[in-house]
Design a binder for this molecule. Structure first.
Ligand code: BES
Ligand code: MG
Ligand code: ZN
Length: 468
C-alpha cells in the first residue's frame, strides 16, 4: 500500500528536487554538492553521510507534468538498488499537480516483468513525506497513484506475457476475477455463442484457432445519476501469426503484443473503477488469436459481419479490423454511448508513418478530436490526426461483397483500416479510432528488448476525467 503524508521530519533517506534555476539560487546552502550537480533534467547525485542518504534529482527547466513523471519513473527504476525501504522526505517546490506527476512516476517506475511489489517503495516501511501538501491531499495522492499502478501494471503485465501464458482462457479468468473484485458486469460469448449472435467477422478470425473465442463485454456503472457513458473497444488478438496470409519469421515474437489496445482499455477500466470515476464505461474486448490451421479463414472468403454488411477477405493478416468491426457494431447497436473509442495495434502502416512517436488517430467529431489531443499532449501519449475522406473508401469496395478487408494499393493502410472501421460504427456521431501499433510496445527503461509501454492508460484516464 502506498503511504504518503504531510510531515516535516528528519528522515535518513531524502529526495531533493531541483530545477536548474532553483539550484542556481540555493546551491550555496549545499557546500559539498555544489560542484557535482546542476539540476539538469534527470540528473541524479547521491550524497551519503554517516547515517543519511540524499538523492538530488534534477528536473531541468520549466518541465511539464509528463516530464516530471518521466524523471521520477527513470529515477525509481535506475536507483532501485540504492533506495531503501524507509521513511523518505521529498523536498521540493512543486505544486500539488506536479507533485502528483512526480509520485505517479516514482511508483510507475517500479514496474518490472513479471511484476512483484519487490521494489523498496512497495515495502511496509516505506513512507513518503511532503512538506508542501496537506494530509488530505497526500492521502488522495496515494489512492490515485495506487489505482493508476493497479490498472496500468495489469495491462502491461498481460501485454508482456509470452504467447503460451496468454491464452484465451487465462486472460478470461483474469477478467472474470477482476470484474468480481471491482463489481463490474462481465459477459463473454464463446465461439458457438458468437456464431449464434451473428458476430461473423470476429468468428472468421477465431475459427482457425484451437482456442475458444471470448467476445467479452465489461461494464462499469458509476453511482452518479445521469453519468455519461463511454464505449471502449480494444483489439485483443493474443498472437497474430497473420493466419493463412502468414507473416515472415523476423520479429514474429513481437506479435504477442497485438493486444495493446485491450491492455490500455483494461488498465483504464481498472483504474477508473478503483477510483469510482463518475462515468459509465462499457468495454468490449473481442478476444482471440489469429492462427494458421486447416480451419482458418481463407483469402477470398466472404463473411457476413454483425452489422449485416459483407466482407471479402483478401488478407487474413488484416484480422484486427475484422474483430473490431464486430466489436464496434455490437457496442453501437446494443448500448447507448455518448462517445465510442477504439484502440488497436492495427497497422504496420501507422508504424512506418510515425515510428514510436505517436499513435495515428481518426475521428468523425471535432470536439472529440480536441479533447483527445488535449489529453494526448498532456500525458505525452501523443496522437496525430489523419483523414477519413470518402475517397479512401473507393479503395476497398469489392465485386462480391460490400467491402474488401484490404486495399490493393501499396499505401495508406492505416487510413484504409480506419475508413473500413467507420463502416461498422452504425452511425455513431462521436467516434474515434486510435491506431497504436507503434507506441503500445517498444523501448522502455525496465527491459532490454521491446516491452509494454503502458501507452493509452493515462491518456484514456485523463480523457475520462475531463469527460463528465
Ligand atoms: N497486428 C498487425 C499490425 C501491427 C504491425 C501491430 C506492427 C504492431 C506492429 C495487423 O494485424 C497486421 O498484420 N496488419 C497488416 C495489414 C495488412 C495485411 C493490410 C500490416 O500492417 O502489415
Ligand atoms: Mg495481422
Ligand atoms: Zn494484428
Amino acid at each position: 500500500m502506498i503511504k504518503i503524508y504531510n510531515k516535516k521530519e528528519t528522515t535518513t533517506q531524502n529526495i531533493f528536487l531541483f530545477s536548474e534555476d532553483d539550484w542556481e539560487q540555493e546551491k550555496s546552502n549545499y557546500p559539498n554538492t555544489e560542484h557535482f550537480f546542476n539540476g539538469k533534467k534527470s540528473e541524479v547525485f547521491i550524497k551519503t553521510d554517516s547515517n543519511e542518504i540524499n538523492f538530488f534529482i534534477g528536473i531541468g527547466r520549466d518541465s511539464k507534468g509528463f516530464e516530471i513523471q518521466n524523471v521520477a519513473n527513470k529515477f525509481a527504476n535506475d536507483y532501485k538498488k540504492n533506495l531503501q525501504a524507509v521513511a523518505t522526505s521529498v523536498h521540493s517546490k512543486l505544486g500539488l499537480d506536479l507533485t502528483e506527476e512526480f509520485v505517479k512516476g516514482l511508483f510507475l517506475g517500479t514496474y518490472l516483468y513479471p511484476f512483484e511489489r519487490s521494489h523498496p517503495f512497495w515495502q511496509e516501511n516505506f513512507e513518503l513525506y511532503f512538506e508542501n501538501i496537506s494530509d488530505d491531499e497526500a492521502k488522495n495522492l496515494a489512492l490515485k497513484t495506487e489505482a493508476l499502478c493497479n490498472g496500468q501494471f495489469a495491462g502491461m503485465e498481460w501485454l508482456n506475457k509470452p504467447a503460451n501464458y496468454k491464452k484465451v482462457d487465462q486472460i478470461s479468468e483474469f477478467l472474470k476475477s477482476t470484474s468480481e473484485k471491482y463489481g463490474l458486469k462481465y459477459k463473454s460469448l464463446n465461439r458457438e455463442e458468437s456464431i449464434k449472435e451473428g458476430l461473423g467477422a470476429f468468428v472468421a478470425v477465431n475459427q482457425g484457432s484451437s482456442q475458444e473465442a471470448s467476445f467479452t463485454i465489461l461494464e462499469y456503472k458509476s453511482e452518479k445519476e445521469n453519468a455519461k457513458t463511454i464505449g471502449l473497444v480494444g483489439k485483443c488478438v493474443l498472437f497474430d501469426t497473420g493466419g493463412i496470409s502468414i507473416k515472415g519469421s523476423a520479429n514474429l515474437h513481437y506479435m504477442k503484443s497485438d493486444m495493446g489496445g485491450a491492455s490500455a482499455v483494461i488498465g483504464a477500466l481498472i483504474t477508473a473503477s478503483e477510483l469510482k470515476l463518475p462515468v459509465n464505461i462499457i468495454a468490449i474486448l473481442p478476444i482471440t488469436d489469429n492462427a494458421v490451421s486447416e480451419k482458418a479463414y481463407l483469402p477470398s472468403d466472404v463473411i457476413t459481419a454483425y452489422s449485416g454488411k459483407t466482407i471479402e477477405v483478401l488478407d487474413t493478416d488484416a484480422e484486427g479490423r475484422m474483430t473490431l468491426a464486430d466489436g464496434l457494431s455490437y457496442l453501437s447497436k446494443n448500448y447507448e454511448t455518448d462517445v465510442l473509442i477504439d484502440l488497436a495495434t492495427l497497422t504496420g502502416s501507422s508504424v512506418r508513418m510515425f515510428g514510436y512517436t505517436c499513435g495515428a488517430y481518426f475521428s468523425n467529431n471535432d470536439d472529440l478530436k480536441k479533447s483527445l489531443e488535449k489529453s494526448a499532449d498532456k500525458t505525452n501519449q501523443r496522437l496525430w490526426n489523419l483523414p477519413l475522406w470518402d475517397v479512401w473508401k473507393d479503395d476497398f469496395t469489392s465485386d462480391v461483397a460490400d467491402f474488401k478487408n484490404i486495399s490493393m494499393k501499396p499505401f495508406g493502410d492505416c487510413i484504409v483500416a480506419a475508413k473500413f472501421l467507420e463502416q461498422f460504427i452504425e452511425g455513431h456521431q462521436n467516434w474515434a479510432h486510435l491506431d497504436i501499433a507503434g507506441v503500445a510496445f517498444g523501448n522502455v527503461g525496465y527491459a532490454k528488448d521491446k516491452a509494454a509501454t503502458g501507452y493509452g492508460v493515462q491518456l484514456l484516464l485523463d480523457f475520462i476525467e475531463n469527460y463528465n
